[in-house]
Design a protein around this ligand. Structure first.
Ligand code: GAL
Ligand code: CA
Length: 327
């Protein structure tokens, strides 16, 4: 009887310490996400998906405490937000820099604090990325998005019975609305969309090329100014993203003009616009794919995995033929 009681007591002790051990609350993994600014259609889809995806990865043992900050397109503001993540010992960071020239300073900070970091959407230089092994970049090859835009224009130009060459001079007169100067996507989309046409033997003439900084209202204003200067000479419009392309369409409508406009991103309003017969085409900038990859890489870095310096999510050409597939 005594032995039995001792066994019961021992079992209780063992079980007790066992439950005490598993019940010991393991704090959530603190994930800090710094976005260059909230007022951006594509980055809004991207950040929303990162949050949803992280939550979907939660288990009874692993919870994620996610904080997403709005850099308000100001590097000083964003740097303060990153400093605050560091001061609060966040476990891992995902950063969409405002200003790429700040990359070196930011990397020095996260390195000193030992916080692995994934950069997204705006790619730091090779030299900056070499500063630490616990950082990586997730993005999409901007050249490809430009090339796809060029292909869409080329197909319209070559189509049987094409009326694209309005003045019949055998030259494609174009307008280019560009994104923010700091961004590799702006320069590369501008270059590769036209390169595709030129490589295919199409003669092109640039009528107008201005920045509208990824923004719909600015796109509309710049397009109105292009129309005021060139009117019916304009035969195609390229927007480095859909918001600027949609702004251009508003300006064209206001002027009672119909000209093919081609964007990038395949946002919901852009797909609707294709459905209405307004936007001629776009290129899927895969916010879901990029969100999942950046979260996966952040968690891999946190686990201690060794990663390469860059990960690429493919672009996809979107036209009236296939746009329904992206809705
Ligand atoms: C680009 C995207 C733009 C804008 C920009 C922000 O990749 O096409 O619409 O979101 O990123 O950095
Ligand atoms: Ca022409």
């Amino acid at each position: 009887m005594k032995k039995f009681l001792l066994l019961v007591a021992l079992t209780a002790l063992v079980l007790g310490s066992f439950t005490a051990c598993t019940a010991k609350p393991k704090g959530p993994v603190k994930v800090g996400i710094a976005i260059y600014k909230f007022d951006d259609t594509f980055m809004t889809n991207y950040r929303t998906e990162m949050g949803t995806y992280l939550k979907s990865l939660e288990t009874t043992d692993t919870k994620y405490e996610i904080t997403v900050t709005d850099g308000k397109n100001d590097q000083a503001t964003q740097t303060e937000q990153i400093d605050s993540f560091i001061a609060q010992s966040y476990d891992v960071l995902i950063i969409n820099l405002v200003d790429l020239t700040a990359a070196g300073a930011i990397i020095a900070k996260v390195k000193a604090a030992g916080i692995p970091t994934v950069f997204i959407n705006r790619q730091p230089s090779v030299a900056d990325m070499a500063l630490w092994d616990k950082i990586t970049y997730v993005g999409a090859k901007a050249e490809d998005s430009g090339t796809y835009q060029g292909e869409i224009a080329l197909d319209l130009w070559n189509a049987a019975g094409s009326t694209m060459d309005k003045n019949g001079d055998g030259i494609l007169q174009y307008v280019m609305l560009m994104g923010q100067a700091i961004h590799q996507d702006a320069a590369l989309r501008t270059e590769y969309s036209i390169k595709k046409l030129v490589d295919a033997g199409v003669k092109v003439e640039k009528l107008f090329e201005e920045r509208a900084n990824w923004n719909r209202d600015e796109g509309q204003v710049q397009m109105a100014s292009a129309i005021a200067q060139y009117g019916d000479k304009i035969e195609v419009v390229f927007g480095n993203n859909d918001d600027m392309a949609l702004g251009a369409i508003q300006a064209l409508k206001a002027a009672n003009m119909v000209v093919p406009v081609i964007g990038v991103d395949a946002t919901a309003p852009a797909l609707d616009s294709i459905g209405l017969g307004d936007l001629a085409g776009t290129v899927l900038n895969d916010s879901v794919g990029q969100a999942h990859t950046s979260v996966d890489k952040a968690l891999a870095l946190l686990k201690g995995d060794t990663l390469v310096k860059e990960y690429w999510v493919p672009y996809v050409k979107v036209t009236p033929e296939n746009f329904e597939d992206f809705k």
